[in-house]
Design a protein around this ligand. Structure first.
Ligand code: ADP
Ligand code: MG
Length: 283
């Protein structure tokens, strides 16, 4: 059995740990730092010297203790916030431009659906905004919703759906724009185990179909191993990357695989690295 591999975070191009070509649809984070100051001037270093490259079509998860800067990192990549130092490139351009061109999608922690629109209305909405940037051919949203098990819910309002179904709608909405890059911040944290399972399948299904580059924040080790090609481990104070682990497991990652010793080995390895990360963050 191969041992779960680890490599230094932020290896530079050409080194063995390099994640490779970032091409047209990848994410590159170079030397990114961000410090917040409260009213008394006390500083929180949310991110320090963060280096990360996500090659096109890769599924990369970020895991780490609460407050280690996961959401800050995602917001930087989404173009919602700018770093104090360093640079972020998405699809070879700035995050702001990638978002404008609808090459970048974001699934927030809650489903954030508009209550007065139907399921179909919610999913169709992003395509109605800034139309000239829509992708051709436009996707069949009804087919995407059917595939996600929402065929009977097309005309229902969000309030008529369970939390799990609402989150499904949010994911279809994000994929409906066929973004090159999809960012997800703990999208399943509010769901029970059973719902999560179904969501994982839906997400992987769409990801494989569309070849999307995914950066996924989670605090679940199982979720990270199940979904990812690579897991990035962060520590707090200062928020930084402390480990990068490639998940060298075949896909699809079936229930049988999830129960296998290889899968458990990755879970254990990550658990240990997270424990180290946690201790490193307790200054
Ligand atoms: P995570 O998502 O890993 O839990 P965050 O990225 O939300 O962590 O936060 C990282 C650190 O930065 C935390 O200490 C948090 O309190 C601080 N922080 C995040 N956003 C702000 C902000 N807008 N103003 C002040 N401090 C912030
Ligand atoms: Mg967060």
């Amino acid at each position: 059995m191969t041992q779960p591999g680890s490599r230094p975070a932020g290896a530079s191009p050409g080194e063995p740990g390099d994640t490779g070509d970032t091409g047209d649809t990848g994410i590159v984070v170079r030397g990114v730092g961000r410090t917040y100051r409260d009213q008394d001037g006390a500083a929180t270093v949310a991110l320090d010297g963060v280096e990360l490259s996500v090659p096109p079509g890769r599924f990369v998860s970020v895991i780490g203790p609460s407050g280690c800067g996961k959401s800050t990192l995602l917001r930087m990549v989404a173009g919602l916030e700018r770093p104090d130092v360093g640079e972020v490139t998405v699809c070879g351009t700035t995050p702001q431009r990638a978002a404008e061109e609808k090459r970048l999608g974001l699934v927030p922690q809650g489903p954030a659906l508009l209550p007065w629109l139907s399921v179909l209305g919610n999913v169709a909405l992003p395509g109605k905004v800034n139309r000239r940037h829509n992708r051709r051919p436009e996707p069949d949203l009804v087919a995407l919703l059917r595939r996600a098990g929402l065929g009977d819910a097309l005309h229902l309002r969000p309030a008529q759906l369970s939390g799990g179904m609402q989150q499904r709608v949010a994911i279809v909405r994000a994929f409906g724009l066929q973004p090159d890059v999809l960012l997800m911040d703990e999208p399943f944290s509010a769901l029970d185990e059973f719902n999560r399972e179904a969501q994982h399948e839906q997400l992987l299904d769409l990801w494989e179909q569309q070849g999307t580059t995914v950066l996924f924040v989670t605090h679940s080790i199982l979720e990270a191993v199940r979904l990812s090609d690579t897991v990035v481990v962060m520590a707090a104070r200062p928020g930084r990357i402390v480990d990068v682990v490639d998940i060298d497991l075949p896909r699809p990652r079936t229930q049988e695989l999830i129960r296998s010793p290889q899968f458990h080995a990755y879970e254990l390895a990550l658990r240990e690295r997270l424990r180290d990360a946690f201790e490193q963050g307790v200054a």
